[in-house]
Ligand binder design. Structure first.
Ligand code: MG
Length: 190
């Protein structure tokens, strides 16, 4: 019994393949990117601040996001070498769904070590072959915007989805894409 909607002649088979190919290519390509800390998981990792006079203080990532550095301060991210006492946040559900529906999903983090994140993902049963972890080793929002812009242009994505808990990062990405034709969905995680 014929169920495919074409008669089976050479021409119809060709047309059917052509329509399928066109439909596949009409599907918009979306670059799907999540921050890690305080977006997908909350951990007990903190940032050490060393003041000009050598005094040390510690900030959690949420406080650090709003922090205006004073002159001469240095920052140490040594605790971010591991994923300490992770608690999954609600965006983890979307992340997992997107892994199923997308070819590839990206984690874009200011951390500088990829391996602890990949190990954590594998430990919670995520197919890490579909996740690319990009470690910038920088908390400068412009570095996130640079990476997203470069990736979206080089691989010709039609749209970008970006989730991050840092208003500074969201703002930098918004400004960067303002004058482009790409559709950008910015998801400020609160
Ligand atoms: Mg974050």
């Amino acid at each position: 019994m014929m169920t495919t909607g074409y008669c089976g002649s050479c021409e119809c088979l060709f047309m059917s393949s052509l329509v399928k190919w066109q439909m596949k290519n009409m599907k918009a390509k979306t670059l799907t990117v999540f921050d890690f800390d305080d977006t997908l998981v909350k951990t007990t990792c903190r940032i050490k601040v060393i003041t000009k006079t050598g005094r040390e203080k510690w900030l959690d990532p949420a406080t650090f996001n709003q922090y205006n550095p004073r002159k001469g301060e240095q920052f140490c991210f040594q605790e971010f070498a591991e994923v300490k006492e992770p608690v999954m946040l609600s965006h983890m559900d979307k992340f997992k769904r997107d892994i199923v529906t997308n070819k590839k999903v990206y984690i874009l983090t200011s951390r500088d070590k990829r391996r602890p994140i990949r190990k954590f993902l594998a430990d919670i049963g995520i197919d890490v072959s579909k996740v690319a972890v990009i470690t910038l080793g920088s908390s400068n929002p412009e570095d996130k915007a640079d990476w997203l812009q470069h990736k979206a242009q080089k691989y010709n994505f039609d749209s970008v989805y970006f989730a991050d808990d840092s208003p500074k990062n969201i703002e930098a990405v918004k400004n960067r894409f303002e004058k482009t034709s790409k559709r950008v969905i910015l998801d400020l995680v609160t």
